[in-house]
Structures are given as structure tokens and as C-alpha cells.
Design a binder for this molecule. Structure first.
Ligand code: HEM
Length: 652
């Protein structure tokens, strides 16, 4: 200490010197004390900084989510205990299996195709087995179409000024990666039995159809009396007698691009070219498209009418133009990457190129979903609370399976942003054709030759603001296809009815599970549901505990930054937490046979949806934040040219 004093503030006199008076002595003591304090503070600061550096270098803190949804269901193991087929796994395998088995080495069937959806709560059926839930007073639940017409009409018509329409097909593309719940129709989409629902003794298939009132504003005029809603296929169809009714997911539950490659080996092989690692494709006008599905050639009268029906890893590829677009772009993306890998590694076999490409495609799909899509739909609060943008912390005790409350409930909430129209735009951004999604239902024909125009339209058109209604055109579809008699389809009514079909618990139960205060009366819902809607609910339901889960989550006010209310957000956030941390092959999981190197991860992280669009289309420019709406007139500089989006695979 003395040294410090001397070197910094050399004293002219010794403090014991008689020449120094008592005042001066006490000043000198204070001076010394101050320096001691200064020294200690300095030392402390250095220690704190060193500790921080130590933490950063040696002990990266692993964040755990602050709020997780804890399942209280008792039936989640039933299928695995009673029906699961035996599987032998190769723990050293570098690539995912086609059907998703062996991802979890302790429970090899977890997350595999043809295994049940996970449950946060046990299902509720009035007979405990499969019959629709009834209200507390014994009356049936309100008619789903009546609820739609009374409570969820498209009144706001507000555009989302931040995001474009591309969010919708991406959301649907991810959905089709992680779920498919087939309905009970064997060879045709609308079995003949449903034409007899007005008979005196209607067939069992009519048990869940949605009755229509003669004065229905849309279907009344068409003299339709029912919406031909069919129940989902349950476990006995796969030789597994489980009670209560259990639905199996026919796609893999992981975000693994099974919608591109298939969820079983036969489909996967059918889609491969078996040369250069490529997927089978159909060339039309010099462009690659998904192959034509030979089983979907439509007969009109005596004539065979060949409409476009693509074949892909997911059977819903043709459902609407948006999903058909992404299925085609990802087929092209696979082949683009496979060509690049083959050029860089001429000695690689077809199998190696195919598997490496498949692995990259799945990784990029995860990155786009977690880095670009989820922050927009869930917002910062849920991303942070559930650690969705943290490094993956693989947990073999976590089941990554899609939840029933998610697939038949919360994730459908984005049906409320489906636009009323799709625009095809030319190079100078003028619309040259408009398509209603409902008119191209199961007929993606107009996509041929229009991929670029469609991408421009999707990226240049504002999305629909999330709201408690669907656009009128997706909720009032009248389907007239040669294969199908005229029939109606109301997506919102279907979503409500589907929740009942799979026995989802009522809204208040899942709301409480998500940590919201228990609602003992209708008025307790006023924290998140507007009072006029609560008044309408009182007219339809006998008690607050009867309200359908889907009805409740669609009515909830949005949480700031999220496109959903608190219950919907919590189910969606937890599902994406499990999809990530329960997947051993997730792109940034370390020390596994399938792990990417850190250089490879760096390269993968640079690939955005805009890179994919540029690699697979002939559009000229695109914004970096692909889902954001950019005014091309004022902000053209925010839409860089496609040649600036390069994909570098030198780390392979
Ligand atoms: C034009 C766009 C879309 C159309 C026409 C559409 C249509 C449909 C239809 C017809 C069903 C089956 C309904 C049933 O019978 O239960 C369905 C299911 C579903 N949709 Fe959409 N959808 C679209 C976009 C989206 C988006 C953007 C999301 C979410 C991000 C989404 C999530 C779901 C989910 C989770 C299911 C259940 C999947 C299953 O379990 O098989 N959909 N959709």
C-alpha cells in the first residue's frame, strides 16, 4: 500500500514528522484509507470481470425455460406399452430413419410415424371411449356451424402491415411435416354413406356430420343439409385396441422434412430417382415439378381428365396452391443441393448424396422455423420463456411427439390468417391473376408456369391480421369436383368439430394447465375474452366448463407480440420446445453420430428461405426477412438481387 502511495502521490513529509499538525495527520490517514478502498474496489472489479470471462469460456450457462406446460395425462404410455412394434436400432446411425423410429434410443418408437399424438390432458368422451362430450346439463354441445355463424364472422378485415402472405404456406408446410391425421374414408374422399344421413336409420358414418339449417346463408341456397364431417381413423385400424379412442399420426412427429421424403420406406423409394441422390421430378416447360400422382387421374364422364395432382412425401400436397408451391420448391431445393454435393464430391454414391441432402434440407427447415417463423407468430416473450432460440439441450426423457391439443387445436389458430385471395404478380409487380384458395382446393393446376408469379404475389401481398374469425371464402366453401357430389366445407366449423372428435378437454381445463387463473364462472374469463363474446358464450354453453377448447382459444385476446392468446401461445410454444429438445437429430445437437460440425452449422445458419426461393425459382429480387412485407416502390434496396443469396457447401 505504501508503495502505491509513494509511486502515485509521493508525500513530501513523513506522517510522524513533528512538522505535521494533527489536522494534517488526520487528512493523511483519510488519504491512506481512501487509497485502500480504491484498491479493494479495483481488485473486486478485476475479480468480477475474470469470473465473467471464466463463465463465458468454460461454463456456457444452459437456460431452462421458465414456463413449461406439464402434462397431466395418464395415457401417454399406453400405446408404447401395449401396441408398439419391436424395433432394433443402430445407435451409430448418422441419418434419421424414414419413419422416425430410433431417434430416441431409450424409447425407439417415440415420435415415429403411426404412433399416437401426445396428450397434455386425458381425452374427454361422454362414454369414456369415443362418443362426443356433452354439456354439464346433459345437452349436446352447440352446433359447430351455428357457433361459426354467430360468434366468428369476418368483420375486421384488417391487413397485417408487417407480414406478407407467405407465413401461411410455411405454417402449413411445417404442419404437414409433423402431423397427418387421416379421416375414415377408405377409397374416396366422401364415402357414399354420407349421402344417407337424412335416412330414417342413418349409417354410423353420419354420427359426426354437421347439420345445416335451411336458412344457412351459404349452404341453404345450395339445398345442402349437412357438412360431411368424418371422424378420424383410430388405433384399431392399425391392429391396436386402445381405449379411449386414440388417433395415430401417419407422418413422423419430428421436424425432419418427412413431408418432402415420406414417412415410410415405400413412399420414400417411390419419390427417389436413384441417381445422383436426386428426387424424382417431372419437367414441364423446362422447370422441375413434383412427379404426377398416377392414382389421381380424374375421370369426367367417359373422358379421362388429367389435372395436376402432385406426388410428395405428404398426401396433402395438392390441398391448396400455397402448400403445393412449397412442396415443389423443396423438391427443387433437394435436387439443387444434391447437384452441388455431387459436383463437389464426385465419388459419393447416390445414397450418400441423397442422405446428406435430406439431412441438410431438414436442418434448414428447422432453422427457418425457429429463427424466422416462430419469432413472428409467438413473439419475444414466448420465445424467451420457452428458450426456443437457445442452443438445443437434447433431453432423451422428453417426447417430441406432436400433441393432440396442438394439432387438433392451437396450431390451427393460424387458419385465421389464411388470405381470401392469392395473387399472381408479374416482374413489375402488377397482379395478372387472382385465385381464391377455395377455388383451387385440391386442384393446384394454375401453379404450372406460374411459380415465380405466385412467389411474387405471396411476398408482396400483406397477410391477414390474426382475429377471431376466418376469411369468408375459406369458411364457406362449396366444393364441386367431378369425383365428389356438390358439398360444403367450412374450415372453422371443422376445427371446432375436430376437437370434439378427438375428445379435447374443455377450454377452462387447458387454460388452467397453461397457468391462467381458474375460471369458476363465465365472467372469470373477462381477463382475456371480451365481454360481448362472454355474453354469447353464455347463450350456447350451460356452464363455463363446457366451452369448447377451440372456441375459447380463438376468442382470447392476443398476447403482445404473439398472434395468439395466452392458452394458444403456451400450447404452441411448449410443442416447439419439445420438437426441438426431444429430437436427437436436431441440427445443433452435439456429440451424436448425426451431428453437424461447427463449420457446417455456421453454413446452415446462413441459409434463409430467401436463399431457397432464389435457388429454386427465377424471381429477380427478394427481401432478407422473407415473411416481412416490403414496399417494393419505396424500399427496393431492401430487396436484394437473387444473385447475392449464395449457398456455400464447402464445409461438406
Ligand atoms: C390455405 C391454407 C390452409 C388450408 C386450406 C388449410 C386447410 C386445412 C384442412 C382442410 C384441414 C383438415 C381439417 C379437418 O378435417 O380437421 C387442416 C388441418 C390442419 N391445419 Fe390447415 N390449412 C391451411 C393452412 C394452415 C396453416 C397456416 C396452419 C398452421 C400454421 C395449419 C394448421 C393445421 C393443422 C395443425 C391441422 C391438423 C393437421 C392434422 O392433424 O392432420 N393449416 N387444414
Amino acid at each position: 500500500m505504501g508503495n502505491i502511495l509513494r509511486s502515485r502521490d509521493k508525500p513530501l513529509l513523513n506522517e510522524n514528522s513533528p512538522l505535521i499538525g494533527s489536522e494534517a495527520k488526520s487528512k493523511l490517514k483519510w488519504f491512506n484509507l481512501r487509497n485502500v478502498l480504491l484498491f479493494i474496489t479495483l481488485l473486486l472489479c478485476i475479480l468480477i470481470i475474470l469470473y465473467g470471462v471464466f463463465l463465458i469460456i468454460f461454463n456456457k450457462p444452459t437456460k431452462t425455460p421458465t414456463s413449461r406446460l406439464i402434462s397431466v395425462a395418464t395415457i401417454n404410455n399406453d400405446y408404447f406399452d401395449k401396441c408398439s412394434p419391436p424395433v432394433t436400432c443402430d445407435p451409430k446411425a448418422k441419418y434419421r430413419t424414414v419413419n422416425g423410429s430410433c431417434n430416441n434410443l431409450l424409447n425407439p418408437n417415440w415420435g415415429a410415424a403411426l404412433t399416437p399424438f401426445y396428450r397434455y390432458m386425458d381425452p374427454v368422451f361422454s362414454d369414456g371411449i369415443s362418443v362426443f362430450r356433452v354439456q354439464s346439463d346433459g345437452s349436446p354441445l352447440p352446433n359447430a356451424r351455428t357457433l361459426t355463424l354467430t360468434m366468428f364472422q369476418d368483420t375486421l378485415k384488417i391487413c397485417d402491415h408487417q407480414n406478407n402472405e407467405l407465413l401461411v404456406p410455411w405454417g402449413q408446410f411445417i404442419t404437414h411435416d409433423v402431423a397427418f391425421s387421416p379421416v375414415r374414408s377408405v377409397n374416396s374422399s366422401f364415402p357414399a354413406a354420407l349421402d344417407h344421413c337424412e335416412d330414417k336409420n342413418p349409417p354410423i358414418e353420419c354420427e359426426a356430420v354437421i347439420r345445416l339449417s335451411p336458412d344457412d346463408p351459404v349452404y341453404g341456397k345450395k339445398n345442402l343439409t349437412i357438412l360431411k364431417f368424418m371422424r378420424l381413423i383410430t388405433a384399431p385400424a392399425y391392429n391396436c385396441t386402445l381405449v379411449p379412442a386414440t388417433v395415430l399420426n401417419t407422418n413422423t412427429h419430428y421436424i425432419d422434412s418427412s413431408n418432402v421424403y415420406g414417412s415410410d420406406s415405400d413412399v420414400a423409394n417411390e419419390l427417389r430417382l436413384f441417381s445422383g441422390g436426386q428426387l424424382l421430378y417431372n419437367t414441364i416447360g423446362k422447370q422441375e415439378y413434383c412427379p404426377q400422382d398416377p392414382t389421381k387421374v380424374v375421370k369426367k364422364g367417359n373422358q379421362t381428365q388429367v389435372t395436376i395432382a402432385f406426388l410428395a412425401g405428404d398426401v396433402n400436397v395438392n390441398q391448396n396452391l400455397g402448400i403445393a408451391l412449397f412442396q415443389n420448391l423443396f423438391l427443387r431445393f433437394h435436387n439443387y443441393l444434391a447437384n452441388k454435393l455431387q459436383a463437389e464430391h464426385p465419388s459419393w454414391t447416390d445414397e450418400t448424396i441423397y442422405q446428406e441432402t435430406r439431412r441438410i434440407v431438414a436442418a434448414v427447415t428447422q432453422i427457418i422455423t425457429y429463427d424466422s417463423f416462430l419469432p413472428i407468430i409467438l413473439g419475444e416473450k414466448y420465445i424467451n420463456e420457452y428458450g426456443l432460440n437457445d442452443e438445443t439441450n437434447y433431453d432423451p426423457t422428453l417426447i417430441a411427439s406432436m400433441a393432440q391439443e396442438m394439432t387438433s387445436g392451437a396450431f390451427r389458430l393460424l387458419h385465421n390468417i389464411i388470405p381470401a385471395q392469392f395473387n399472381y404478380m408479374s416482374e413489375n409487380y402488377t397482379t395478372y391473376e387472382v385465385e381464391e384458395p377455395s377455388k383451387s382446393f385440391l386442384r393446384p393446376d394454375t401453379l404450372i408456369g406460374n411459380v415465380d408469379g405466385f412467389i411474387r404475389g405471396l411476398t408482396e401481398t400483406p397477410g391477414r391480421e390474426p382475429q377471431p374469425s376466418y376469411n369468408n371464402l375459406i369458411s364457406n366453401i362449396v366444393i364441386e369436383l367431378p369425383t365428389i357430389n356438390t358439398t360444403g366445407f367450412d374450415l372453422l366449423s371443422y376445427d371446432i368439430q375436430r376437437g370434439r372428435d378427438v375428445g379435447l378437454p374443455p377450454y377452462t381445463k387447458i387454460r388452467s394447465l397453461c397457468g391462467l387463473p381458474q375460471a369458476k364462472s363465465f365472467d372469470d374469463l373477462s381477463d382475456y375474452i371480451p365481454s360481448e363474446k362472454i355474453n354469447q358464450l353464455k347463450q350456447f354453453y350451460s356452464t363455463v366448463d363446457d366451452i369448447d377448447y377451440y372456441v375459447g382459444i380463438l376468442l382470447e385476446d392476443k398476447v403482445t407480440g404473439s398472434m395468439f392468446g395466452p392458452t394458444g401461445s403456451c400450447v404452441i410454444a411448449d410443442s416447439f420446445y419439445r420438437f426441438r429438445n426431444g429430437d436427437r437429430f436436431f441440427y445443433d445437437v452435439k456429440d451424436q453420430p448425426g451431428s453437424f460440425t461447427s463449420d457446417q452449422i455456421q453454413s446452415l445458419k446462413k441459409i434463409t428461405l430467401s436463399h431457397i426461393i432464389c435457388a429454386t425459382s427465377e424471381i429477380e429480387r427478394i427481401q432478407k426477412d422473407t415473411f416481412r412485407l416490403i414496399d417494393h416502390i419505396r424500399l427496393m434496396k431492401l430487396k436484394p438481387k437473387c444473385e447475392t443469396y449464395t449457398i456455400n457447401l464447402s464445409a461438406w
